[in-house]
Design a protein around this ligand. Structure first.
Ligand code: COA
Length: 167
């Protein structure tokens, strides 16, 4: 039984993240999607909201593995150790991701040598995506239909509608 964790901020989860989860599910038996609180990024959604949204969205995803979604705080390697994870999954979208990801992977390996970082490349149609760009488009009233699942779109668009009304 091989377990992987897929950590991220997921503010919000996008089709690019879902593509990585689908790919990882063909390689691992269990994937724990670990939602970092990440206050440094001042997330739009609380960790609990992100966890709930991901759980709901995953119902429609075609996967071969058991999926678990959990919030986490602290070091990712401590979480990996506690959950006896074999791997940390990270998505590599472009060369620009590589340096930061290499640093994280090497630091994590130093801290906990039993865990390996596995890099997966999302479908090329998602290489330009990140959560910030989705929020930026939505904040100006743009359509995010092609970037996120319908429930995420509805949630994010409603938040920005409320914010615009208050202005
Ligand atoms: N599709 C779409 N977007 C993707 C993507 C994909 N396949 N892969 C990454 N991204 C985007 C994310 O949406 C995110 O966008 P944003 O910056 O606009 O929010 C960005 O790329 C990268 O972020 P993410 O995957 O959320 O990771 P992160 O860099 O914010 O967080 C943690 C990384 C949480 C895993 C890392 O900080 C961590 O492990 N923290 C715990 C503390 C720790 O252990 N630190 C030591 C690490 S060595």
């Amino acid at each position: 039984m091989k377990t992987a964790i897929y950590p991220g901020t997921f503010d919000p989860i996008t089709y690019g993240h879902l593509d990585i989860i689908e790919r990882a599910s063909r390689l691992f038996d269990k994937i724990i999607i670990t939602v970092a609180q990440n206050p440094t990024k001042s997330p739009l959604l609380s960790a609990e909201e992100r966890v709930e949204l991901i759980r709901k969205v995953l119902v429609d995803v075609d996967v071969d593995a058991t999926l678990i979604v959990e919030p986490f705080e602290g070091l990712i390697v401590d979480f990996a150790r506690k959950r006896k994870a074999d791997a940390i999954i990270r998505g590599l979208r472009a060369i620009s991701d590589f340096e930061y990801e290499l640093q994280m992977a090497l630091v994590n390996r130093r801290l906990y040598p039993k865990v390996s970082t596995v890099f997966l490349m999302p479908h090329e149609k998602y290489t330009y995506l990140n959560s910030s760009i989705v929020k930026e488009v939505a904040s100006f009233g743009g359509d995010i239909e092609n970037f996120v699942p319908p429930l995420v779109r509805e949630t994010i668009e409603n938040i920005y509608k409320q914010k615009r009304k208050k202005r």
